[in-house]
Design a protein around this ligand. Sequence first.
Ligand SMILES: Nc1nc2c(ncn2[C@@H]2O[C@H](COP(=O)(O)OP(=O)(O)OP(=O)(O)O)[C@@H](O)[C@H]2O)c(=O)[nH]1
Length: 203
Amino acid sequence: MGKCAKVIVCGMKGVGKTSILEQVIYGNVHSSMQFYPTIEDIYVANIESDRGIKEKVRFYDTAGLEQSQISTAHGTTNQQLPRHYLVLADGYVLVYDTDKPESLDVLISLKKDIDKNKDKKEVITVVIGNKTKELDASEYDSTLNKAVNWCSRERIKHFCASAMQRTTLFESFIFLTSKLNPPPSKSTFPQLSMGKKVLSKET
Ligand SMILES: Nc1nc2c(ncn2[C@@H]2O[C@H](COP(=O)(O)OP(=O)(O)OP(=O)(O)O)[C@@H](O)[C@H]2O)c(=O)[nH]1
């Protein structure tokens, strides 16, 4: 059986996590649809990587986080995912709403918590800014700019998409799938020869 990478989809409440997953996997979401708040759902998708190989990915759609301000000793905010996700995650899709600056703040503290707890395991993270409203560039610019700058400092890839437009989601999910399934590295051992070795007899 092939490897199935596990990806946690998380972010603030109501930013469009379920809509994004339903849209990218089934393509059945439109703006008049209402989703109930998620407790937890699991989706298994076959996604073609940029090498043209279909890879299986298991997505965990998580309950949206409240925008809570928990003060720590260092005066920072602290967003916490249920701990079992941190153990099983091979990757994360962090979602914010470009129209809600506070949803980006939630991601910033969430990422700190993920980094603190990921141990030495390498995880692949992407950020999706969900454009829930068609705004003037200037209206969502500051949140979007802040997100892009934060992502470049954190060395994570930022994508701007809309849960209502399926094709805008493909790039992020193909990128994630490709990173989760890198090409096998070349062996450092010398190639084993299949030919017969002819030993010359010592005379
Ligand atoms: N117009 C528009 N509405 C959206 C978009 N994305 C999500 N919505 C709506 O926003 C509401 C919440 O979306 P969900 O996908 O349930 O958000 P969620 O992050 O999974 O929510 P929780 O599970 O409560 O955390 C739904 O009514 C969606 O139809 C979008 O890009 N455009």
